[in-house]
Ligand binder design. Structure first.
Ligand code: ADP
Length: 477
């Protein structure tokens, strides 16, 4: 149960807060108590000094026989703190033979003159000395005294001692300590409860986030958390969380779309193959007819192979675990290589196949992937350009970038399809190509490879006027 309690941020923060606060209170109390005690003692010391000075000036003016009465009068003048005053003569040379000359009240009953003398190390003090006496010994009266040296009154040395009880001070300090002992824990309790309450309120939106997050499953990603227009850290957390769910929802939708498209595209050739076989098996056929059926099956199997191969390729370059080693590669050489391979196809179709400007160019890339990118774009240009048309490829440097340009004079792409041609399995219109050609994955592979290389792909096209593809790579140097 206890472990459970300290698992929440709220309880841990409250505990931390309580400990820090308790430490602060403790230090503040000690400082407060000490300074209060000091100021009380200072006030007493001030009174003692005044009384000693008054005694000095009084005895200086009158003969020694009258000192006792005068000392009592001085004593009576102080009403707030009761004082006890005595005057001792200190014979020079024989200082240990001090002689009490005048004495008021009961000071001497409480303090032995011998003890005072010993605490002064039998030395006549040059300056007034303050001391606490009888603090430790039980049953006696704790006192504060001043030992005030009078260097010359009627040519003799005297020591005026003024003392007062510390009982009042001790009581005041005790009361003050009691107040602290009661008020501080109370204050601590109130502060901690307040802190706990504020934390509860501050962390409430986090609970809402947790509750909504619990409702979200891959089946239903439509829930969003209401940030109530908060601009604080919690608002930021909610916005980030909502954005993440949106991305997740989009990915799941794409995944669903992708698997349904993939199954559809894989199913079509299989249905054709099955149909061809069923027709062929209905009756005995001539070998010519069997050859025709097998050729058709071969064509469909080839298409299946291409789709599966493309899918595998896409999933390979999609997976983040796939670490690609991009290094400096000559893009112009890669293009020339692919151009030579595609030339046969173009010639077979009766196209004018040209190579334009081709500057030597180094980019950071992967040769196999770049081969594939150039081949897919050229393959499309050849596929969608009727006999007699023209396909041209070139490479142009502009600033820190290099542009791969493929232009054809083929059937072109309708405006409404342009935003989709890079989607997986998207085909403008299946009737535009022969059945065995294309699966709608070629350009999505181009886009993926371009992304890996930090390249942008642009396309301009009009139906009947051909298409213009640009792939813009950052230059290595
Ligand atoms: P496909 O395998 O069908 O060619 P792609 O992803 O390579 O798939 O291309 C997507 C669609 O874009 C194609 O169905 C095609 O209609 C259109 N397309 C691509 N390149 C061209 C081009 N050079 N001329 C006309 N249409 C093109």
């Amino acid at each position: 149960m206890r472990i459970q309690f300290f698992r929440t941020i709220r309880s841990r923060l409250t505990l931390l807060y309580a400990v820090v606060l308790a430490l602060i209170f403790l230090v503040a109390d000690v400082v407060l108590y000490q300074s209060f005690k000091m100021s009380l003692i200072e006030a007493i010391d001030g009174t003692l000094l005044t009384a000693a000075e008054e005694t000095e000036s009084t005895i200086a003016k009158i003969p020694i026989e009258k000192w006792k009465t005068s000392v009592k009068e001085v004593e009576r003048g102080f009403v707030v703190n009761r004082l006890y005053i005595q005057v001792a003569e200190i014979p020079s040379g024989k200082e240990e033979n001090f002689l009490l000359v005048a004495r008021s009240g009961i000071l001497a009953e409480n303090i032995s003159q011998k003890m005072i003398w010993e605490s002064l190390a039998r030395q006549f003090p040059a300056q007034p000395v303050y001391m606490n006496v009888n603090e430790e010994s039980p049953g006696t009266h704790p006192m504060r005294i001043i030992l005030y040296p009078v260097h010359k009154v009627q040519n003799k040395k005297y020591l005026i001692e003024v003392g007062t009880s510390l009982k009042k001070v001790a009581n005041t300090l005790k009361n003050f300590l009691n107040v602290l002992m009661i008020s501080v824990p109370l204050l601590l309790l109130v502060s901690v409860l307040g802190g706990y309450f504020i934390l509860t309120k501050a962390l409430q939106p986090v609970k809402a986030v947790v509750q909504t997050a619990r409702k979200i499953t891959t089946e239903d990603l439509s829930h969003r958390i209401d940030s109530k227009n908060r601009k604080d850290e919690i608002g930021e957390l909610i916005t980030t969380f909502n954005q993440m769910i949106s991305r997740l929802e989009q990915s799941v939708m794409q995944l669903k779309q992708f698997s349904s498209d993939a199954s559809h595209d894989l199913k079509t050739p299989l249905t054709i193959i099955r149909g061809e076989i069923e027709i062929a098996l209905r009756k005995n056929r001539s070998s010519k007819e069997y050859i025709k059926t097998l050729t058709s099956i071969q064509e469909e199997a080839g298409k299946l192979e291409t789709i599966i191969e493309n899918l595998l390729f896409l999933s390979r370059i999609d997976s983040p675990a796939q670490s690609l080693s991009l290094k400096a590669v000559p893009l112009d050489e890669i293009i020339l290589n692919v151009f030579e391979k595609a030339e046969q196809l173009a010639n077979k179709k009766g196209l004018i196949f040209l190579i334009g400007e081709m500057e030597p160019t180094l980019i950071r890339g992967e040769t196999i992937l770049l081969n594939r990118l150039v081949m897919n774009i050229l393959d499309n240009a050849i596929k969608y350009t009727p006999a007699g048309g023209r396909v041209e490829i070139s490479l142009e440097k502009t600033g820190k970038r290099v542009r791969l340009i493929v232009q054809d004079t083929g059937i072109g792409i309708p405006g409404e399809s342009l935003p989709h041609i890079f989607d997986r399995f998207y085909q403008v219109d299946k009737s535009r190509t022969q059945r065995s050609q294309g699966s709608g994955l070629g350009l999505s592979i181009v886009k993926k490879i371009a992304d890996i290389h930090g390249a942008a792909v642009e396309v301009k096209s009009e139906v009947g006027k051909g298409a213009l593809f640009h792939v813009i790579f950052p230059l290595l140097i």
